[in-house]
Design a protein around this ligand. Sequence first.
Ligand SMILES: [Ca+2]
Ligand SMILES: [Ca+2]
Ligand SMILES: [Ca+2]
Length: 154
Amino acid sequence: MNNTQVEFIFNLLDKDKSGYLDRDEFCEGLIEFYHITDDKKESYREIFNDIFLLADGKGLFNSRDNKITLREFKNICSLLPTETKQTDVIVGTVAFKLVDSNNSGKVNKKELITFLKKTGIHLKKGEVDVLMDSIDEDGDGKISLQEFMLLYDL
Ligand SMILES: [Ca+2]
Ligand SMILES: [Ca+2]
Ligand SMILES: [Ca+2]
């Protein structure tokens, strides 16, 4: 996606033309943009909401303000996979890359804890282990993209 396309989508989502995307514009706009069917809306709403939280306030100049600026939106778009047309893979990959902060291609326990905190979930140490075990299907101690997507039921 080039800059013009990214700006086009941003303006499309920015319904009230405020220059930033609030949570509803972002989540509901993307559900519309990707033509998500009714039975899948809840799953996607959840993952878009998490992407919103992860992308908000990532940059040095953008504090966490519950708004997605064009700059933050460009950061999200730069994570889009180039080869797939499947919405679940596209959306899952963006969220996964935001969670995988050291870009290792897997989410470790530390990254999982940071992710949970950012999305407002505070678990005790033992609870994190239980969650990790339940997600980690192949038992390598890390979460792959496939394992991550099962979390959202995409
Ligand atoms: Ca707006
Ligand atoms: Ca990682
Ligand atoms: Ca694993």
